[in-house]
Design a protein around this ligand. Structure first.
Ligand code: C2E
Ligand code: CA
Ligand code: CA
Length: 506
């Protein structure tokens, strides 16, 4: 439960900035994509309106021409009015018809609101055989078509604007398109304006094809449009906002530990040293201690180095760690014992600082001389011992009095190849070989071979991970006296000073 709460808290602590950033990016993306879609929708509508207007015009002209052929030209009598009314009822373009003739007078279908003076005005102000006009001064605005059938004879069609609007704009788009203006042959053919002033954020488009020209304006904040966009994008952006930071945190962490947690732990002094005795396996005398790191986490308790050392190495935090451990271990070491520290290969080869002055600084903080410090070189990544620079560094360190040891000998990269160009003072045989003593493992001869090799090279051996008396005796038989392991003492914290280990030696 504590673990879950801690993990959750960690994701929130490290992920909230990412969450907000992802939400902002998603919002920006949605705003841009939504605006583009809106503008595309407006352009599509403009095209549709142009096409629909053109077709409306053609159908209107066709309807007038056909009616002109059907109507017997002549006087405007009751029969003519009846025909016009009948034609208006059956027309799917016009609501009213009228007929104006210089000789025959003016007649119109029933309920036609048009006066001949309006037609006269239109004809006198524009050239034509066809006149188109829009009148929104009446209660029901309309489009007017006037076709000159023969000189002095005009057939007039009146279409209510609402019909045109029905054809041009769907009810859903009526809310979206706030301003619409159609011009035919540069004359106003239709206008609709739902705005008192031009809004701050609006979309405008204008399209001209043939004699039809359309201008449109829509509001960028069209409620239903954004509601639909947010319905889909909001859950997606929330999911991304949670998932991406979790994945990022998992990628940047090693066994659940994040580098930020480590820097914080170092700052708070949560990572401290433990010491394990290195003893003479024959008489139990303590020769030295190996200093290792332990992270005492406020909620998770003790965390072992395997969880955090690789991550610290990856982020170049091992120097800081060692300096901090040295500060905490200052003055605690018994004067007769040496101290062994772990130094990763990377720490030796990184060109940013001089290894000698760094190790002297460690000695200074510990309050001991270099002759009492053993440096265990651990290789998580292969070191190039043929490199003259590394050989020079190792020679300088040895010359300064430091004891150099190859840690975990026989495992990973610390193998026989390392001995080709550099001979350390000590090799520490990895516990996995020592543990072969108790079993029937096939690697027992390898342990023998390592011991013989070290003897031939006159290199001191420390056997790690000695847990049983059988292992101790086996090693003693082969002349290995320096040992380290649970049999002699586990790595422990020294709160005030070093407790004397109680070696289990018969
Ligand atoms: P290492 O240097 O080989 O350290 C010996 C490891 O074996 C330690 O594990 C120790 O607790 C464990 N050990 C000691 N005696 C016995 C035993 O009898 N039986 C068994 N089964 N294990 C035993 P620990 O403390 O978990 O350290 C793991 C590794 O982390 C170390 O291996 C070392 O490579 C690295 N490490 C620890 N502290 C530091 C540090 O301060 N700096 C660096 N660079 N590496 C460190
Ligand atoms: Ca070690
Ligand atoms: Ca080791």
């Amino acid at each position: 439960m504590i673990q879950i709460r801690w993990q959750l808290g960690r994701y929130i602590r490290h992920g909230w900035r990412w969450f907000i950033l992802i939400q902002l990016i998603c919002l920006l993306g949605v705003a841009m994509a939504g605006s583009l879609a809106l503008s595309e929708r407006l352009n599509d509508r403009a095209e549709e309106v142009v096409v629909a207007t053109d077709s409306f015009l053609n159908r209107g002209i066709d309807a007038l021409t056909t009616l002109g052929h059907e109507l017997a030209p002549g006087a405007c009598d009751a029969t003519a009015e009846f025909r016009l009314t009948e034609a208006a009822i059956h027309s799917d373009v016009f609501d009213h018809f009228a007929y104006l003739s210089n000789e025959g007078g003016y007649c119109r279908s029933a309920t036609n609101p048009l006066y001949p003076v309006q037609v006269g005005q239109l004809i006198s102000t524009h050239p034509g055989p066809l006149w188109l006009s829009f009148d929104d001064s009446t209660l029901t605005p309309y489009q007017l078509f006037v076709l000159e059938q023969a000189p002095g004879r005009y057939l007039i069609g009146v279409a209510k604007s609402s019909h045109l609007l029905d054809r041009l704009v769907t009810p859903r788009d009526r809310n979206f398109i706030r301003r619409l203006q159609i011009q035919v042959d540069q004359r106003l053919f239709y206008t609709r304006d739902n705005l008192t002033q031009v809004p701050w954020l609006s979309l405008q488009t204008s399209l001209a094809q043939g004699k039809v020209r359309v201008q449109m304006m829509a509001l960028l904040f069209s409620g239903d449009h954004w509601r639909r966009w947010l319905t889909y994008s909001l859950p997606l952006s929330l999911a991304l906002g949670v998932l991406l930071p979790v994945l990022m945190i998992r990628r940047r962490s090693h066994q659940g530990v994040l580098v930020d947690d480590l820097t914080m732990a170092l700052r708070r002094g949560e990572i401290g040293p433990v010491f394990q005795p290195i003893v003479h396996g024959g008489n139990g005398r303590v020769k030295g201690f190996e200093m290792m790191a332990r992270w005492t986490h406020p909620t998770l308790g003790m965390i072992t180095p395997d969880t955090f050392i690789p991550m610290m190495e990856q982020h170049g935090l091992l120097d800081r760690l060692l300096l901090s451990l040295a500060d905490q271990a200052r003055g605690k070491l018994p004067s007769t014992a040496y101290l062994s520290i772990n130094l990763s290969g990377e720490q030796l080869t990184q060109g940013l600082r001089d290894p000698l002055s760094f190790l002297l600084e460690i000695c200074h903080r510990l309050g001991i001389g270099p002759d009492r410090l053993m440096v265990e070189i651990t290789e998580r990544h292969a070191l190039d011992y043929d490199c003259p620079q590394l050989q020079e560094t190792l020679a300088i360190l040895r010359h300064a009095g430091f004891k150099l040891a190859f840690d975990d000998f026989g495992t990973g990269h610390n193998g026989i190849a390392c001995l080709r160009t550099f001979s350390p003072d000590v090799i520490k045989i990895d516990k996995s070989y020592v543990h072969t003593v108790s079993g029937e493992a096939i690697q027992k001869p390898v342990l023998d071979a390592i011991i013989q090799l070290a003897r031939k090279m006159k290199v001191e051996v420390i056997a790690e991970g000695v847990e049983t008396d059988a292992q101790r005796l086996f090693l003693l038989e082969r002349g290995v006296t320096s040992m380290q392991g649970y049999l002699f003492g586990r790595p422990t914290h020294w709160h005030d000073s070093c407790p004397q280990p109680q070696p289990a030696i018969a």
